[in-house]
Design a protein around this ligand. Structure first.
Ligand code: PEP
Ligand code: MN
Length: 270
């Protein structure tokens, strides 16, 4: 594949990235939490629930890339402080999106993993900036991006000196409108044969529909993903972003139990 040098499988054995107690690329990674951090009560309640259900990292957006400027944009620093508190109370490492190059260095003090969202996958200035840190980066696939373009973006981060890149397939745009995006699970297998980097799957943004998240999570585990990232809300109908795709804690518990047992089974095939 063109110009994939540092990310190429020939360069290295599989990368394992330590995030708190979790070895990404080796352990099963289950990241869960709200789309947006909305308040301390909401985030702590969800964090405790997903931890009890078996999640090993917490997600939550403090800076939100919204389609409309009139929609909730996130709590910013206040949201990151809430996430810090949730990490203290649960021990879960925290994943949160960075939107702006000016926020990268100070955000590293608050989060364990910097998320680069689909809309910013090819924001090369942002990729270079996170590449100058050693904080693990969750690099989401752009909604219009080929696997090659995506891996070139990982290459930008690696080339700046940060080896800790986790890829995330979150669905791509096709002519299909029933689902929010189309989950490309062939990308999971393709990435495994092209690169040494770990990959996780986001069935929440891929489908946009609660009823499809469990089946696609199971399919993702069967495809060889290193983990999943799932949106969970204590009261989905009141969520300030992505309310139609958030699982309740009870739904998440069922998902967690099923994906963990499938993971144990699938391990026997690798
Ligand atoms: C998110 O994780 O809330 C998000 C905005 O995801 P994506 O960048 O994949 O749309
Ligand atoms: Mn979301």
């Amino acid at each position: 594949m063109n110009n994939i040098r540092l990310a190429a499988i020939e360069q290295k054995t599989r990368t394992v990235i330590q995030v708190g107690p979790v070895r990404v690329g080796e352990d099963f990674v289950l990241i869960a939490g709200p789309c947006s951090v909305e308040s301390e009560e909401q985030t702590l309640e969800i964090a405790l629930a997903v931890k009890d259900a078996g999640a090993n990292m917490l997600r939550g957006g403090a800076f939100k890339p919204r389609t409309s400027p009139y929609n909730f944009q996130g709590l910013g620093l206040k949201g990151l402080k809430i996430l810090e508190k949730a990490r203290e109370q649960t021990g879960l490492p925290v994943v949160s999106e960075v939107l702006d190059t000016r926020d990268v260095s100070w955000m590293c003090d608050y989060v364990d993993v910097l998320q680069i969202g689909a809309r910013n996958m090819q924001n090369f200035a942002l990729l270079k900036e996170v590449g100058k840190t050693q904080t693990p980066v969750l690099l989401k696939r752009g909604m219009f991006s080929t696997i090659s373009e995506w891996l070139n973006c990982a290459e930008y981060i690696l080339n700046e000196g940060n080896p800790n890149v986790i890829l995330c397939e979150r669905g791509i745009r096709t002519m299909e409108t029933y689902t929010r995006n189309t989950l490309d699970l062939s990308a999971v297998a393709a990435v495994a044969e092209l690169t040494h980097l770990p990959i996780i799957v986001d069935p929440t943004h891929a489908t946009g529909k609660v009823s499809l998240i469990l089946p696609m999570s199971l399919a993702a585990v069967a495809s060889g993903t290193d983990g999943l990232i799932i949106e969970v809300h204590n009261d989905p109908k009141t969520a300030l972003s992505d309310k139609d795709q958030a699982l309740t804690p009870v739904q998440f518990l069922e998902l967690s139990q099923k994906v963990h047992s499938l993971w144990e089974f699938v391990k026997g095939f690798s």
